[in-house]
Design a protein around this ligand. Structure first.
Ligand SMILES: Nc1ncnc2c1ncn2[C@@H]1O[C@H](COP(=O)(O)OP(=O)(O)OP(=O)(O)O)[C@@H](O)[C@H]1O
Ligand SMILES: [Mg+2]
Length: 442
């Protein structure tokens, strides 16, 4: 993870238009972590991460930024919704479970790396197991010439299995009992341990390996798990994963505004919201959390919180929590021009998605440039006239324009359909101009 801030921003630019302040702040925070890791240990311990609070109204790219970061990152990274947690003692997930989730994520990163490093070993293991089934070994007493023949066959068979030629063949596989992994990251570690011993007991009652008829293709992926479990050292994976989560982990805490207590909605306030905030304090500040894999210290985990703060304000968070998010960035509302760019310049733009989807039906969809301008303009106007829901408005607007074409696209195989400015206006003018109508439709 040694991208420079510029490189990180450039990567994000492919998916998120504008919001430069937020991108810069985040990129810098990530680089700072890298810099810190290059220092000696004493210095490292002194440098605490500066947590970030992103504020911006709905649909302007907060979650999108985090989603893209998650894809890019090779450091432990999870995105969680603050509104999902409940105060300790209440039914639900307590906030410490996010740290456990982070460790689980870290383990999967380290595991994937180790699997990659040991790829040839693992591949060999799988190949041997499969070939053994397809071509049972010769008895010791076989003559030399038979053994020669066998070696020849074996090689040919290995090639066939590798090339996928044998994929449809069915073989009987003895699958060693895999340690069944429960999704128990929500459980406190004491409980997780109890559960673990339970699964051990069950595994020993049901000791013999399970025999299963599977295709060679499926066997390849089934055996991969087994190979990884046999060939990789899980103790060292866990230790490395803990270390990385501790030093490089990032938690993206979305919807943080949903746990703020606003004055406006006083009557409806859920008392446990404040509890969740209080529970968050020690974790954000730095404390030890025990997990199934060992104890992890949260001092150096970076938190990026985000929220729309429509109803509540950052100052409605309890002061101690506010203070733990010293860096504030605001995301801008989307202008007509930004909306246009979101449609035309992002990697995964909605327009490209529609073109690809209708392409499946053999239909070529073309968006004329002034049509796209018109879409941006109308979406922007709808945002101003009713609620500002940011780029999400584009989804509803486009759906309105394309619904009809999309519905019977399969009957127009081989044709080209152009979305023109006229069509856009024809479909939408009336709706956008009428506030009541657009409230329902857009
Ligand atoms: N600046 C932007 N650039 C590109 N796409 C964007 C931008 N802002 C929003 N989008 C698109 O709009 C949709 C909603 O954005 P996102 O989920 O990031 O909203 P949000 O800011 O998290 O809103 P909320 O506060 O409601 O959670 C996504 O599909 C995203 O791709
Ligand atoms: Mg969001």
């Amino acid at each position: 993870m040694n991208l420079t801030p510029k490189e990180i921003v450039k990567y994000l630019d492919q998916y998120v238009i504008g919001q430069n302040a937020a991108k810069k702040t985040i990129a810098l925070a990530l680089r700072t972590r890298y810099r810190r890791m290059q220092l000696d240990e004493e210095m490292q311990n002194e440098i605490m991460p500066k947590n970030i609070l992103m504020i911006g109204s709905t649909g302007v790219g907060k979650t999108e930024i985090s989603r893209r970061l998650a894809k890019m990152m090779s450091v432990p990274f999870i995105k969680v919704e603050a509104s999902k947690y409940t105060e300790v003692g209440f039914v639900g997930r307590d906030v410490e479970s996010m740290i456990r989730d982070l460790v689980v994520n870290s383990i999967s990163i380290v595991k994937a790396e180790r699997e990659e490093e040991n790829k040839s070993k693992i591949d060999n293991y799988i190949l041997n197991k499969i070939v053994e089934k397809l071509l049972p070994p010769l008895p010791e007493s076989a003559s030399e010439s038979k053994k020669d023949d066998y070696r020849y066959l074996l090689e040919a068979m290995e090639k066939k299995v590798e090339s996928g030629e044998m994929d449809d063949k069915v073989i009987e596989l003895d699958l060693a009992k895999l340690n069944i992994e429960f999704d128990d990251s929500g459980l406190p570690p004491e409980m997780a341990k109890v559960q673990e011993s339970f699964s051990k007991v069950f595994a020993s009652i049901n000791k013999e390996d399970t025999k299963k008829e599977v295709s060679v293709k499926d066997a390849k992926s089934l055996l991969r798990q087994e190979a990884a479990q046999k060939l990789l050292d899980s103790t060292s994976i866990n230790a490395e994963a803990l270390r990385r989560a501790e030093n490089g982990g990032i938690i993206f805490l979305d919807e943080i505004d949903k746990i703020a207590l606003s004055e406006k909605s006083q009557g409806r306030n859920d008392p446990s919201k404040e509890g969740v905030q209080r529970d968050l304090l020690p974790i954000v500040e730095g404390s030890s959390v025990s997990t199934k894999y060992g104890t992890i210290n949260t001092d150096h985990i970076l938190f990026i919180a985000a929220g729309a703060f429509h109803v509540s304000k950052p100052s409605d968070l309890i002061p101690e929590l506010q203070g733990r998010f010293p860096l504030r960035v605001e995301l801008e509302s989307l202008t007509e021009e930004t909306l246009y760019q979101i449609l035309t310049q992002t990697q995964n733009s909605l327009l490209k998605q529609y073109v690809a989807l209708l392409g499946v039906e053999g239909m070529e969809l073309i968006f004329e440039d002034d049509a796209v301008r018109a879409i941006a303009q109308l979406a922007h106007r709808a945002n101003q006239n009713t609620e500002d829901i940011g780029a999400r408005r584009l989804h509803t607007v486009l759906e309105n324009i394309l619904e009809e074409v999309s519905f019977d696209a399969n009957e127009h195989k081989g044709t080209t359909f152009a979305i023109t400015k006229e069509l856009v206006h024809e479909k939408l003018d009336e709706v956008v101009e009428d506030d009541d109508l657009s409230r329902y439709i857009l």
